[in-house]
Ligand binder design. Structure first.
Ligand SMILES: [Zn+2]
Length: 103
């Protein structure tokens, strides 16, 4: 029953790592908080840190202005585990797959 939920949590965790390592989190505080989440978990954050986390990281997933560069699908049309790919590559999984085939 909790399989999907666990999968989403893992995807989120991976995404945080990639955002951090890829330098997408320019804001110094957000970057430090992300390191803390990866190292010590979400529960270790203070209320203020949680707010920063929401604004700089989580809201990327909920922002319908984040679009696939090829088909222009908004990120909010994708399931959570695919939003991860769009943020990372700039393309939804379908476009990523199609472009890979054309190469
Ligand atoms: Zn697309």
């Amino acid at each position: 029953m909790n399989g999907t939920e666990g999968q989403e949590k893992r995807a989120l965790q991976e995404l945080r790592k990639e955002l951090l390592e890829g330098g997408y989190i320019a804001h110094e505080t957000a970057s430090g908080i992300t390191r803390q989440i990866i190292g010590q978990g979400l529960g270790s954050l203070t209320d203020n840190q949680r707010d920063v986390y929401r604004w700089y990281i989580e809201l990327l997933f909920e922002n319908d202005e984040v679009l696939c560069r090829r088909c222009q699908s908004p990120i909010t049309d994708l399931p959570m585990n695919e939003r991860y790919m769009l943020i990372r590559t700039g393309y939804c999984p379908l476009c990523d797959y199609r472009m890979g085939k054309n190469d």
